[in-house]
Design a protein around this ligand. Structure first.
Ligand code: 5RP
Length: 294
């Protein structure tokens, strides 16, 4: 039944209050449409503006990796503490309960392994329909700047960004560092900037001890850091603290979590650094206390 009375009395338009035109809370993404922003909001906390992504996609190039031999056993207890799960579609369907209801950053490039001739020889490995079917919040594509097949990897990235934009799905550019490259601010600054200019909505790269704030400042969209090889827990927490202080919008961490002596305690400590700004010393103390319980 039409409500003619309510309609007549509708006059609380507060025309003296301008409509909010606030920018989006994540840098460089205000120009995107609703679907992209909604998916980014599922991944990045709206209060801290940060994210703790749990990466366990290592098997796609390395096979069974230490700590991931049985993903059903080792990843499952970590899921509830992660903001985003970064994995392959194989791992997702086989080992991640759909009831987890966590945003997925779906590994979408493939084509090489650590045993092959050249790691940069990748192609697009997931059709956009399957990313949609899996309700991916992002598609992750590896790029190899300066490597033999740089061109292929950038083409893969551009292709998935276009496909993602047709459906409101953001793309995460993952900057692989080949064995001939140096992980310094110059290289990482270039690789991350290239990803952003091609159109990635966020970029994953490595932390470097010198000049990382220039890497984050020069990249117009959020950067998350990979953890890299396993470090002592204290050092891994220090790297998180330094990266966040120097402008990272979060971590996309694997081995330093699932290979830690107590993975659940470690992911909780990482969260405290990333979202609550805990110092390394406090976070390590927290890790040690939780470890006793775990
Ligand atoms: C590889 C990746 C992996 O997801 C990433 O390296 C995993 O994280 P970590 O380095 O922390 O184990 O993107 O290209």
């Amino acid at each position: 039944m039409a409500d003619t009375t309510g309609n007549k009395s509708a006059k609380n338009f507060q025309s003296d209050v301008p409509a909010s035109s606030d920018g989006f809370y994540l840098k460089g993404l205000n120009g995107y449409d609703w679907g992209v922003k909604d998916r980014m909001t599922r991944m990045f906390d709206t209060k801290s503006g940060k994210t703790v992504m749990l990466a366990f996609d290592h098997g796609y190039i390395m096979g069974p990796t230490s700590g991931l031999e049985r993903m059903d056993l080792t990843v499952t207890p970590l899921i509830e503490f992660a903001d985003v799960l970064m994995c392959t579609r194989g791992a997702l369907r086989a080992c991640v309960p759909p009831t987890s209801n966590k945003p997925i950053s779906l590994r979408c490039s493939t084509g090489a392994t650590i045993l092959g001739r050249e790691m940069s020889y990748e192609c697009v490995g997931v059709a956009i329909d399957d990313a949609i079917r899996l309700n991916a919040s992002a598609m992750a594509v590896q790029v190899f700047i300066g490597a033999e097949f740089e061109h292929n990897s950038l083409k893969n990235l551009a292709e998935l960004i276009d496909a993602g934009l047709r459906h409101g799905i953001p793309t995460l550019g993952v900057t692989a560092v080949g064995k001939d490259m140096v992980r310094d601010a110059r290289y990482l600054g270039m690789a991350t900037r290239v990803c952003a200019e091609i159109g990635c909505q966020f970029v994953k790269t490595y932390y470097c001890a010198e000049g990382f704030e220039e890497v984050t400042a020069g990249c117009p969209v959020p950067i998350v850091i990979a953890g890299g090889k396993k470090l002592p827990e204290l050092d891994a927490l220090q790297m998180c603290e330094d990266a966040i202080r120097e402008g990272a919008a979060g971590v996309d961490m694997g081995r330093n979590i699932f290979q830690a002596e107590c993975p659940v305690s470690m992911i909780k400590a990482v969260r405290a650094v990333v979202h609550e700004g805990l110092t390394t010393a406090k976070a390590y103390e927290m890790y040690c206390d939780l470890k006793v319980e775990e």
